[in-house]
Every structure is written in structure tokens, then in C-alpha cells.
Design a protein around this ligand. Sequence first.
Ligand SMILES: Nc1ncnc2c1ncn2[C@@H]1O[C@H](COP(=O)(O)OP(=O)(O)OP(=O)(O)O)[C@@H](O)[C@H]1O
Length: 806
Amino acid sequence: MKENTKDVKKIKLYKGKKKKTAEEDAAIQYLQAQYEKIVPDEIKTFKDLPLSQKTLKGLKDNNYNVPTEIQKQAIAYALQGKDILGAAKTGSGKTLAFLVPILEILFCKKWTRLDGVGALVISPTRELAYQIYETLRKVGRFHDFSAGLIIGGQNLKFERKRMDQINILICTPGRLLQHMDENPLFDCSHLQILVLDEADRCLDMGFEPTMNAIIENLPPERQTLLFSATQTKSVKDLARLSLSFPTYVAPHEQAATVTPESLQQSYIVCEIDEKIGILWSFIKNHLKQKVLVFMATCKQVKYTYDLFCKLRPGVSLLALYGTLHQEKREKIYNEFCRKSNVVLFATDLASRGLDFPRVNWVIQMDCPEDVDTYIHRAGRTARGIFGKGEGLLMLLPNEEKIVDDLQNRKIPINKISVDPSKVIAPQRKIEALLSDNTELKQTAQRAFVSYLKSIFLMKNKDIFNVQLLDTDAYARSLGLIVPPRIRFLYKYQKNHTSKQPEETENNNDVVEKLKANVINNDTAFEESESEDQKVDDQVQETKNSKSQKSKKDLIKFDFHNDDSDEDDFLQVKKTDVDVETSPLQEEKTKSKKKAKPITKAAVAKKILKRKIKVNTKVKFTEEGEAIADEKKDVKSELAKQFINENVGGIDIEKAKEVLREEDKYDKIRFREKVKAKHREHKRKLKNKKKEEEGDKDDFGSQSESDGPDLSWLPDPDKVYGKNNNSDVELDSNDDSNRSNTQSDDEHSEEEDEKYHRPTKRKLVESRGIPQESVAPRKMKKVQDLSASLSVQEAEALAMQLLRNKS
Ligand SMILES: Nc1ncnc2c1ncn2[C@@H]1O[C@H](COP(=O)(O)OP(=O)(O)OP(=O)(O)O)[C@@H](O)[C@H]1O
């Protein structure tokens, strides 16, 4: 009964599913029919777009009711199957502009888990990838697709196993390529949509080799969507993606400003040594605000964070930069999202795409590399439909030129001045802290050098000029009474002044080579931090601390290497610096040369060349006797000669020859061993047979005539048939034995074998002794018996037998 009920249920379910599928098909057909009719300007709410109920519900649940301009247009064109080049202001909702089409396109194609990767979203940073993934999870929660986040710093094995089950993949370029190269489960041959968020960044020099390799692995028949607030229009970039006629969607192109209208922007001009004091004072005056501070390098971020934590401003402080462990990065990201009165010091890692809620202020403590970087940094505030915020840019006098560029790009930015009386620089406190704390002092030294280096490597020499910096004043402002040596700069200056034109040309070649090296290398994506690291070595004061530090740095560097898609944008672009041989780059080549792994063969060759006699290893027993090395027990003449002649190192060719010779002897030895084994086996078999024959003697030897008592034997009549008359006579002598035999006969042979010890007769039979050989023996026994009787006794016995028979 139970089973029946189950069956009914199953049938009902099946029918329902069928009905549901039919409904879904009809809905898909209806939606698809609407695509061509969409007029973006007429769309008021998401419901006006031909979207599935699942997507609409996901949007509504997250309070997304009215689409933004970029969403209206991008969703409409993407549903029509067009490639898109989307450009819109920061915080204008570009994420949904590509996530909604992804969900809808896969839904209409009835994509299932078994279909594999249908959509790929590539983001330049891990944090942004994580954010996109979270938005997708929220909006797409009513769909049945599986989504995966594939970013560096995570468990690669864990990701690997699940790769074949993912439909929508959000990833960073380096990690994606790693899976493409190494993971057999990764298959994107059915890919429908490719999205590059922050496309201009993904396609810039830093990611070029990785992105090229990725694109090569993707099927060419796919839809491609590119989004950024500072979109690329480079034909070369578009060609790389096989985009010949993408639809350009730029709703704000005609807008008065390229930055959000609700973003108030201002800048100040100050001296380099005033920066720390101004920042400190700003934070002290904005304790109830959420502030994001951008700096040029990781080391500056680290130092400012460490220092300000010690100075206790009275507000939560956080720091986010690329060399932090991934878990920590995630924790800090989430903490800054959650808190409202907090200051986050960050590198450009946080400048693109990150949607920190309710940020009141964005401070750019160091001048951005270019206008695009400024736009992205400033865009971390005043986001979304109702977002408001302010931006403050700190410029050194020679950096003020960037303001023209900003204004030319329609960025409304005003100069403001700082009231000096309001600036409280905790100079004395900082110096005291540094004198007490060597670690902090070293961090300050690193920050100092890394900043100078970042300026030195900037491409735009009109704005960034390290020669114009008052480095001593800057060092003092960081609390360093004695300015650290800037060896890379001295070297550069020295080279620069003494260089001949011919040398300069050569040096340019070196720079070119370095560029190629950097680009072709994984290190292309390392943050400028790794480079900072090397320069930091120059500011070490004692030999001891130097070695300790380099150890530390090495660990950091290794960790960093692990992640190929790093986030600082300076590195590769800065190799364009128009310098002759930068000492830094020289150092880089040197260190790269040093880092080249040395193979065992290379070491062997070296030893061979130098004719160094390599020590031999001898093992001894506990009694002190040398144990002969089996390997050294050579047979061939060639091998003996080789060992005697060998002066050190390895002559690979000769060693191979010796091995071949020795191989012959080994084969002979092996054959002998096998033969010996066979001989031993045969011997054992023989012994066994002998033993068995011994057993046979117990039952069948001629000598037993007067030995064992045969009276227990079963009735031979029954066993051998009537032929054995003599036996009958013998057996009939013992009635009790007959009854025993009968009971034995009642058992089948099989049963006997299974449950009983076989009778002696059976044993005899089973061991192959012919029955004929048994019967005559018994006959003989009877004969012997009767021979031993007197005539009277024989007569009496005969009479007795006759009586019994009757
Ligand atoms: N239709 C909408 N209605 C309300 N809020 C929205 C809508 N679309 C997006 N938002 C919100 O606007 C904010 C910014 O969105 P998003 O991060 O997608 O911007 P973006 O254009 O990608 O910015 P960036 O250029 O900095 O990457 C987010 O908090 C998001 O939740």
C-alpha cells in the first residue's frame, strides 16, 4: 500500500514537472519575443523589461525596483544578443547591468549544472570579484544556477574539484588562467557570455599576457560585455576580444561631469612634510565619519596605520593593501563595509569597483597616477541613487598640474586651503614613538623609500619629479630624524651624470628587456610592494637586522608571488619610465639572476669542471665495520674503470653507458634468481609428494599384512559389487562392522567430504590407489589366515560361516 502511495505521488510530481516545464517554455518564448521590442527610454521599472519571474523576484527582494540608466540600456541590448561596451559613472549600477543579462540569457537557454560554465565574469581584484559574487547570490537566488568565486589566496584544491559544476564563474585573471592551465575539470567550451568588469584595467599592460592567454582559451562564438567608469575604446583592445562592432552604451557621455553629481570634490596644495599632520588633523576632526584614505604604496599604508594606531585618534582604524593575507583582506573589507565611524587606509587595491556603503570622505593623500585613477578613487563615495560624499585631493606644489587634466575631463574640483592653526602635527610624539620602537622606525624607513620610488617610477614626469622633493623634510615628518639613504636614487643620479650616449642606448635596450621580462613574468601583477621590498634593503642599519629583514621579506615575497593577479596598477605601467638604466632595474635583473633555480645537473657540471673530488659516503655497522654499498658492487669492466677513474661530478653520457653495461649483468643475475626460485619450488613439490606417498604406505603397503586390523572395513560387497566374494566372506564375520558400514553408506560422498573424516577406504581411493590392488591383498590375508589354521579349525570356521550365511 505504502509503495502505491509513493507511486501516485511520483506520478503526480512528474506530471507537475512536465506541466511546469511547458509553462516555462511558453514564458521563455514570450520573453524572447519581447526582446526586439524593448525601448530603453520607456522603461520605468524592472518589470517593464522582459525578465523572468525569478530575476524580478530577486531584484525586488533586494529593493532594486527602478533600473539606472546604464541598467536600462545595457540589459536591453544584452538581451538582444549584442556585444556591449558599457561606460557609466562610478556607483551607477554597472554590476546589475551585466548580472541581470547573464541570469536571463542562461535561463532562456535552460542552462543546467550539467552544461558547465555558461558565463564568465573577470574582475581585476579579489575584493571586487567577491562583491560581484555576493550581488549575484542575492539577485540570482531564485534561479537554479550554480555560481563560483575563483580568486587567488583561496584553497586551490577545493576550487579544482568543483570547477565542473559551476555555471557562472566570477574570477580574477591570474587564478582563472591557473585553472585553465592546470585543472582538467575546467571546461569553458560552451561559454555563452564573457564579462570584463573594470575592462580597461583588465586589458591594460599589467594583465595583458594573462588576458591574452585566457581569451585564446575561450570559444569565439560568445557574447562579450565590457564595463568600466573609464571605458577603453582602444581598437587594439577590442580586436583582442574579437569585438568588431560592439554597442557603445554610455548614458553619461553628454553629462556635465564624469563623476557623480552628488560628489563634492576639492583639493589642497601642501608641502610634503605637512601631509601627515594634515591627515592626522582631518581624522581628529571627523571622528564621526566614514573615511577612506588612498596612498601610493603598501608600505605607506602600513606605516600610517601602525603609527596612527599608536597615536590613538579616537576612531576605528583599518588598513587594506595587497600584501596582506587573503583572510585578513576579506575581514578588513567586511569590517569597513559594516562600520560607520571608521578610517580605512588603502592602496589602489580599493580604488576600483568596491562598493563600500555610506563612505563620507575619500582622501587622496598622494597624487593619483592619472585622471582615471582619480575618478575611480573618488568614486568610492557618493554611490548609488541617493549616495552623497566628498573628496579631498592632497597635492604637492609641482603636482598641481594634474588639476588641469582633471578639469579637462569634466571633473569639477575646487581648490581649498587649510587653516594652519587647525593643523596639529603630532611631530614630537611620532619621533618619541620611533625612538622607542625599532620596528616602527623600520616601517617608517620603508614607507619613506617606497614613496620616493613610486614617484620615481611614475610615467608623467611633468607632474611627478622625485628630484624636486624635499626628502629630508619628508623623512622628518615621518618621525625619522636621520633620513634613510636613498641608494637607488643616488645610483641613478650617478649613472645619469656619467653616462655616454652609447651607453644610454644600451641602457634603453636593457629597460626594454626588463619591460618584456616583467610583462612575461608572473611578477607583472605583483604590487609595487615587492619592488619596494628590495629598496628597503638599502635602509637597513645593522647587518643582523638586514638578514632578519630579508628573511621576512622573502616570505612576504613568496606569498605575494602566489597571487599572480595582484592589484597595484603601478608596476607595469611604470616600466615605461623614460630612464636609462635605472639602478633599481639593474638590481632587479641581478636578483632575478640570483633567483634562477640551480639544477643538480648544473651543480654536477660545475664540480666536473673544477675537478673537485666529491666525498664518498660510507656506512658502518655498530661494530664499526664498513657496510659495502650494494650499488658499488659493480660487475662490468667498464663500471669498475668508471669508478676508479671518476674524479668528481657526473659525466652523464659515460654514466649512461656504464648503466647499460651493468644492466646486462643485472639481467643475468635476475634470471639466475628466477631459476633458483623455480628449483626451490620444484624441490618443495617433490618433498610434498614424498610425504603423501608416505601417507599412502599407511594404507596400502604390502608390509601391512600383519600390521593394521582390517576388521573395521565396510562390506566389500556393497562397495565393490558381488565380484569380490572373498571379501564378503571376510566382512560377514563381523556384524557390528556391517552395521557401521551401512550407516556410513547412508551418507552421500559429498556429505562425507563435508561433515566427516573420510573412511580409510575413501582415503585410499582419493589418493589414487587402484581398488584392484586392495582386493587381492585382502584375499591374501584370508589365505594367510586359513593357512595358519589346522584342518579342524578350518572346518569349524567354514561351518560357522555357512551357518551365518543361512
Ligand atoms: N537599480 C538600482 N536601484 C537602487 N540601487 C542600485 C541600483 N543599481 C545599483 N544600485 C546600488 O548602487 C550601488 C553602486 O552599484 P555598482 O557597484 O554596481 O556601481 P558601479 O557602476 O559598478 O560602480 P563602479 O564604477 O565604482 O564599479 C550599489 O550599492 C548598488 O546596490
